[in-house]
Design a binder for this molecule. Sequence first.
Ligand SMILES: Cc1ncc(COP(=O)(O)O)c(C=O)c1O
Length: 449
Amino acid sequence: MFRYDGKLADSIFDYCRWRLSLDPVPLDYGGGAERLDQHLEGLIRPEGSDAEEVLRIFSEHLATRIVSCDSPRFLSFIPAAPTKAALLFDMVVSCSSLQATSWLEAAGAVAAENQALRFLADLAGMPAGAGGCFVAGGTAGNLSALLVARDTAGRRGVGPGGRAGRPLVAVSEEAHSSVSKAAHVIGAGLLLVPTADHRLTGAALEAALEADPRSEDVIAVVATGGTTNAGLVDDLAGVGEVARSRRLWFHVDAAYGGAAMLSPRARPLFAGIEEADSFIVDPHKWLFAPFDCAALLYREPRLARAVHTQDAAYLDPVHDDDQWNPSDFAVHLTRRARGLPLWFSLAVNGTDAYREAVESAIELAREAARLVRAAGHLELVREPELSVVLFRRLGWDREEYARWSSRLLARQTAFVLPTTWEGEPVARLAFLHPDTTPEMVAEIIDSMR
Ligand SMILES: Cc1ncc(COP(=O)(O)O)c(C=O)c1O
């Protein structure tokens, strides 16, 4: 099983070539009521199974039961649209078994990843000393950053310290679910800041901290640079100012929206991100990288290193203060060189192409809002800020949205799931694929008559 098998390599490369050339990528179907066990039955057995047959089963019965999030008709959750260069380079990372854990082992990979991280740090206006690493997703990024926030709180003289009480993280209700999960993991609670219009502002944060007797226990505030549900950017400058005045760790979760900093018209929304102690942006979302890839950046990486470095006798040779070990900046040790597909694609396609692709999704969201406004049976919930559009079908209840959504997938028109806005079911379109067209949006709108 360790010898090169040219026939198997050809089959796999042929499959990959075919998958890469699909234009457009079909939506396919997700999990329904039927079971897939029948196709898998007996495949893993002592004597092994024929490779062509296993690949056929995958291609015919399994791959078709995965909704393609890189289809231009995938408009739920946060879609994906990896560039061909990034996908191909991901194969290089896989075929070369590339890890990027430490400088000692993998300087070439780490240097390239750091170049991509620097590009992102520059987009945010972070200082020259900023740095971090790539992690598996926004969830891992938020957790790793908040752990640093907690472990450095004493040094900043905030939080319960030796007193009774657990540390708190201030957030708005629009913060992503991974933030409350991260708080739970680090043993922190949440101080929920009420917002007037779903947007966390400096004034709302200050008012909540003034009013809440638990505010002494707050160690950090998380603002969102592009909320998942509605694509709203918090008042990063205002929140950052309050955080600084109270010595709170200021983390910006820009997992989805951070890519919009590339767009000259969206960039002003992110003013203040340069003051963050840490921020994340997920290239596997709107920066067109394959899964799984999230960038985590710290203003002062030495603080993160002091928290995250793992100590073990066998790791001593790796620890050299002058060397950059990605393992030192998050909750992980061995790690795939998952930043390299982004790095390769940025280098090959150029940053202008990224800017244009991000702009096109913002423009499409505005066009979709225009189409919704023009449709008598629909009502726009609010003007889109980034690339998420919320709207309601007048007279529909939750069941009708669910039936409509299933119908659209069954007909392969689109994968669109409803969401909830102010307690009410509404339709939600999340754009980022450059090949999603206004005609596709019009088709969806028409299907709601
Ligand atoms: C704002 C935000 N933060 C965090 C996450 C979690 O990222 P991941 O799914 O990569 O863990 C998401 C995912 O959609 C998100 O939109």
